[in-house]
Design a protein around this ligand. Structure first.
Ligand code: SAM
Length: 275
């Protein structure tokens, strides 16, 4: 089970749709929209957010290119969603040779939702977004920073069968490149590339799930545990997490629901009209 499993990602995508709808409602006035936008969605996953949220908030004549590094995701998106305004395609936003496959200054907007927490080299990703943007174009990026899930793996680290992975489990964070302060870090990276930063802030999110089983499933999908543990131990860890959470009273519960809190970083930055 990894981030590249479209079925599981799709099962939880309604909550991402809701989160990104809240983001748009909060910041839509900060973006400068024209009548006809050419929009790139980076890391579109199964295409649910692109089809049901991005479309809703973008001008009716816009075209949207929704891209992902994973062929499984793109194939799933193509067979699940069919909208004449959306084209699904493969793209690795960390590709060193991006401009041999894509046209420089092709897009007015670049959106990137729930992807940057998986990316260590954020400077490379933002530099590629900058190259793909037209002058005056904008990026809107949202990703979790500090996450309640970060509390789980230190408990795994203390179980003997995971001894060989102890150090990594102790320091494992939801974000692949943990920072003390994502707002000041991201602002600096974007400014160094040449962006004008319009907004960079953190909002608190409470993520609600219907059961501990859903909780463990999304933890297995979204955390970096599958990058650290071999498959057999990963499967055992999924079982152990079902006990670790209630025994240590890690997350809020009420009426059979579970809640986990995390901070969502939202940033908007503009490529200057003249460099
Ligand atoms: C949690 S999903 C988010 C999907 C969608 N944006 C949403 O909000 O529901 C993260 C996606 O980022 C993709 N991804 C990871 N690294 C990437 C990269 N370097 N370039 C493009 N996509 C990437 C993964 O394949 C996955 O589909």
């Amino acid at each position: 089970m990894s981030m590249h499993n479209p079925e599981i990602l799709h099962k939880f995508s309604p909550s991402t749709c809701k989160g990104i709808t809240d983001v748009f409602n909060e910041i839509k006035d900060k973006l400068s929209w024209s009548e006809k936008e050419s929009i790139l969605d980076v890391g579109c996953g199964t295409g649910n957010v692109t089809t049901n949220v991005v479309i809703k908030f973008s001008p009716p004549d816009s075209s949207i290119t929704a891209t992902d590094i994973s062929l499984d995701m793109i194939e799933f998106a193509k067979k699940t969603y069919n909208n004449p305004r959306i084209t699904f395609a493969l793209m690795d936003i960390l590709d060193d040779n991006l401009l041999t496959k894509w046209k420089e200054q092709q897009f007015n907007k670049v959106f990137c939702f729930y992807v940057m927490q998986r990316i260590v080299d954020d400077k490379k990703a933002y530099t590629n977004m900058y190259k793909l943007l037209k002058p005056g174009g904008e990026i809107l990026v949202a990703f979790p920073g500090k996450h309640g899930f970060d509390e789980v793996s230190p408990f795994l680290a203390n179980i003997q069968k995971y001894t060989s992975y102890r150090e990594e489990l102790f320091k494992m964070k939801f974000h692949a490149s943990p920072k003390e302060d994502y707002v000041s870090h991201s602002t600096q990276v974007l400014k160094n590339i040449g962006f004008n930063v319009i907004t960079c802030k953190t909002i608190p999110i409470t993520f609600q799930l219907n059961s501990i089983y859903d909780f463990v499933e999304i933890y297995g999908l979204a955390s970096r545990l599958s990058d650290i543990l071999p498959e057999d131990l990963f499967n055992e860890a999924m079982e152990d997490v079902k006990t670790i959470i209630p025994v240590n009273n890690l997350f809020g519960h009420s009426n059979g629901n579970c809640y986990v809190n995390y901070e969502l970083i939202i940033l908007i930055a503009k490529k200057p009209l003249q460099e």
